[in-house]
Design a protein around this ligand. Sequence first.
Ligand code: NCD
Length: 329
Amino acid sequence: MYRVDQTISSGSLQVDHNGRLRHFLTIDGLSRELLTEILDAAESFSGVTEQSVKKVPLLRGRTIVNLFFESSTRTRTTFELAAKRLSADVLNISARTSATSKGETLLDTLRNLEAMHCDMFVVRHPDSGAAHFIARHAAKDVSVINAGDGHHAHPTQAMLDMFTIRRVKGSFDNLTVAIVGDILHSRVARSQIQALNTLGVKQVRIVGPKTLLPSDVSQLNVETSHNLLDGIRDADVIIMLRLQRERMRGALLPSEHEYFQLYGLTEDKLAHAKSDVTVMHPGPINRGVEMDTQVADGPRSVILEQVTHGIAVRMAVMSMAMRAAGGNP
Ligand code: NCD
């Protein structure tokens, strides 16, 4: 067994002595320059993903392992497409088929994949800190990308959201961004808040019932609201989040119907935000719980663009980390 909560702090773990990205585990502690470098690299890769031949040879001969101990559709498939578009070989290992389901430890799984000379691990795990644990124990030329660990972090999701916001709004400077829903259990919210503040938006608001907001927000640099209309008033961007039922202990909510009445986004409620407000959601959406179908499929929604941008952003992160791990200039 491994203990993950001793140190989730990444310190120098994810950046090398030249300031380059070695592993991508959390947004926490990364500079505005580095986040901007990821967004700029993703911008150039998004050209590649729109060509008819969608491949570049940057990671030819490298092997990337998608190590998923928790279910995923969007994240796993866009990581796989991103790796293939960089010409890497890709292995997909899921919890159901992996030897950890037969009792093998995470460390043994890692050692076996290293023995096969795999170069990068993309890790999703239900325990906070699992990706850090692997990064700390991996061979020195191996890179680890966190594809979501417990309720801790989901840095590539946050960066594809930042990419989408920059594409739509042009810059971050004057933006008010409201994040609505189950903030308490959301690794996405945590990473988004860090990214938005690092990139210098005007204000980040978190909106939701008391039971679904963290009790101590003093470290987060956010405004808090328990009222949806107050929380989205004059917002430029609204990010809706799924209720993370699988991470809730006990009854934190009355009913989904009541939640929708209070916090579900509808066209009527949207009128309180700016007229050019952008609506986002990392997926999977629960229609009729977080938002109604009119909003999800409406003109202000960029939910499917977020999915598309996930490929270019993951290409950027993987190529940057591999370059630093391989010691290339
Ligand atoms: C998110 C996740 O898995 O953390 N989804 C995703 O990566 N597309 C959010 C969620 O599950 O609600």
